[in-house]
Design a protein around this ligand. Sequence first.
Ligand code: FES
Ligand SMILES: [Fe+2]
Length: 436
Amino acid sequence: MLTQEQNELLTRVGQDTPMGDYLRRYWHPVAGVSEFADKPVKPVRLFGEDLVLYKDLSGQFGLIERQCPHRRADLAYGMVEEKGLRCNYHGWCFDHSGACTQQPFEDVARGGKGGRGSVKAKAYPVEVKAGMLWAYMGPQPAPLVPDWAPFGWENGFSQVVISQVPCNWLQCQENSIDPVHFEWMHENWGMRLQGHHGEYSPRHLKLDFDEFDYGFVYRRIKEDTDENHENWTIGRVFLWPNAFFLTEHFEWRVPIDDENTLSVTWKFTRVPREQEPYVQEHIPTWHGPVFDEQGNWITSHVMNQDFLAWAGQGRITDRTRENLGLSDKGIVMVRRRFFDELERVSNGQEPKGLIRDPAANTGVDLPMMTLGMMRDGVTKAQILADPRLRMLFTTYVFQAGQPDDVKAQFEAAMGLEATSFESFSLRAALDNRKSA
Ligand code: FES
Ligand SMILES: [Fe+2]
């Protein structure tokens, strides 16, 4: 349980808030590169600021304030030029550093001696990594975009999935260190949703939580696993400060503002061995809905269930009214770490887990379960013989709404017939994430 003041300190992420300032010191994935193939300008809201992301005709990405510095027109309707983004109202043009490079009428009327130099749009650095665009909104010098090891894996199909979840970022991220919810929300409730009223799934018997350089790890023993299982020997990663890492996928929870979070998933699926060598031409991005056509929460897929849980806690959950248990030990640890980190940064110290040394930023290792499958691959025969693998190699189990074109690309990469999600029980899919 936190005091009102503590809850506000950890959850408020707008400008001039301690947590907003803290989280801005990290790079965050905010869009997929493929989103800019047909539409080069995209409005985004991050940390309470309205911005536009664009790709100009030279291929340079920019992230600048949304309202034009001239008379505040909406740059989401701007046009991209060879270098920069031009406002559609009077044609002022801004490059990726925010510099105003043209003011068409002023330049003529003032004989090229206009006041362009003094006009600047607020701009933030953008980098490309793993098919995603990453933004850095903190003080300079910026750290490096982390080169996590899975980003360099070969012979795989990656996809980026983005959703907007209507609640504060912290309740999303606290889910990254909440092992017991898996048994109840995804396994037991998941089964009930499918109309099965049989036995409950194996119970959690023991939990442990450890901190390491890039975050925290939770480890578990359930009734169906012992201390030799990777669930206990390796565990799952709360990737500091706002991501969940499960070896073949990452989930980032990026603050849009105090009451909304951008969920960004990067999912890697290694192709069956027979499909190697496989080189993916481009990484697709798709937007996953959170509500169905009737406006109800989608509950069919694992992360959709999570979204519902997070938002169900309230737009900004009231942590003064919690009753924490032993299962919440990890949550207490990360909250303490956040308080310590806010203190450290206010004393001018470096935040946890930033990478600044280029030599240390190649294929950065993290604790990884099921690494053998990623490293060695599996054959089609192995996949087809195992309903759980078959589901993972023929469907997208984490979120609803994968578009047909992405499904077709995935199917071609795997060289396997697509299977409908319903053809295998949710339980089969979940067995894979029992460890999740
Ligand atoms: S408002 Fe953008 S150029 Fe005038
Ligand atoms: Fe979950």
